[in-house]
Design a protein around this ligand. Structure first.
Ligand code: PBG
Length: 335
């Protein structure tokens, strides 16, 4: 026990005076190889369109993507996470299940241009459906329209296999369908893709922080919201552990908590309960846009806010961070 009358010999500042000592005792570091960079891929050639609500984030066509990933490969970042934006959307998101669809061609482009760069795909339907929901729709007995869980599982299997055959290195299902991990694992194993890992968006809250992403991916739901499949942020916190447990039992290899900053308690809880499982957190679009907007107004220092936030996620227990800042951070570290 510390003797309180005798506190003065204890001087925590001794470790803070000298910058070299500070560096020596620093425990947490963010390195590029732990960062994953999301990319939005669209049709066309020479297209590089900035997303108005996400400065420095672009929708890009395949030719631009090829150049981009070559550069990213040299920066040593952990990987890219691809989102496809098709030219034509329909009721069941068929572009995502076609080998000529935008996401399949994006995977082939990345693997050809930058073979050493880890290529991950978001497996979901909201970017591909005309109604903007994450799967096929059905009418409930009550008359409400809702996403049909089990019909969507079959679609997810088809989407997963198209991406696997295109050469993806890891798949990341984000639709929060019950049983999605098991269904995808079965499909992959049945076609010999037994080594392909699945990173599950296991703990994903229905969050207003996804707003700018839906501009980026043209994926805002045309009616209702996603609360019948994404989690309620005010519900029992331990339900996060149940979601993780189920996904692990179905064969998930990595786990994600999303969003990041408002959910660091959940990141910590998952990390403490499943210390052996690689844990990612998604620093989502709204978190990015808020910082960008304030930085563009000169109200905060963007780089310092980013470093502080990424360290906070790391301290909470996330070994992997998916962030729109991945490229910028890696460029800064290289200097
Ligand atoms: C697709 C998906 C979303 C995000 C990642 N995958 C949108 C959503 O669930 O509405 C959000 C990412 C972000 O906000 O940066 N289901």
């Amino acid at each position: 026990m510390i003797e309180f009358e005798n506190l003065m010999p204890i001087r925590p500042r001794r470790l803070r005076h000298n910058p070299a000592v500070r560096r020596l005792v620093t425990e947490y570091r963010v390195t590029p190889e732990r960062l994953i960079y999301p990319l939005f891929v669209c049709e066309g050639t020479g297209v590089k369109t900035e997303i108005p609500s996400m400065p420095d984030v672009f929708q890009m066509s395949l030719d631009v993507l090829a150049e981009e990933v070559k550069e990213l490969e040299t920066l040593g970042i952990g990987g890219v996470l691809l989102f496809g934006i098709p030219e034509h959307k329909d009721e069941c998101g068929s572009d995502a299940m076609s080998e000529d669809g935008i996401i399949a061609r994006a995977v082939r482009t990345v693997k050809k241009a930058a073979p050493a760069l880890l290529c991950i795909t978001d497996v979901c339907f909201c970017e591909y459906t005309s109604h903007g929901h994450c799967g096929a729709l059905k009418k409930l007995p009550s008359g409400l329209m809702d996403v049909d869980n089990d019909a969507t599982l079959e679609m997810l299997q088809r989407q997963t296999l198209v991406q696997a055959e295109a050469g993806v290195d890891m798949v990341a299902p984000s639709g929060m369908m019950d049983g999605m991990i098991g269904a995808m694992r079965d499909a992959l194993d049945s076609k010999g893709f037994t080594e392909l890992p699945i990173m599950s968006y296991a703990v994903k809250y229905a969050s207003a922080f996804y707003g700018p992403f839906r501009d980026a991916a043209d994926s805002a739901p045309q009616f209702g919201d996603r609360r019948s499949y994404q989690m309620d942020f005010a519900a029992v916190a331990e339900s996060a552990l149940r979601e993780v447990e189920l996904d692990l039992a179905e064969g998930a290899d990595l786990i994600m908590v999303k969003p990041a900053l408002a959910y660091l308690d959940v990141v910590r809880m998952v990390h403490e309960n499943f210390p052996e499982v690689p844990l990612a957190t998604y620093n989502v679009s709204g978190e990015y846009s808020m910082v960008k907007a304030a930085a563009l107004n000169g109200w905060i220092d963007e780089n310092r806010i980013v470093d502080e936030s990424l360290i906070a996620m790391t301290r909470a227990g996330a070994g992997i961070i998916i962030t729109y800042w991945a490229k910028k951070v890696a460029q800064r570290m290289k200097k």
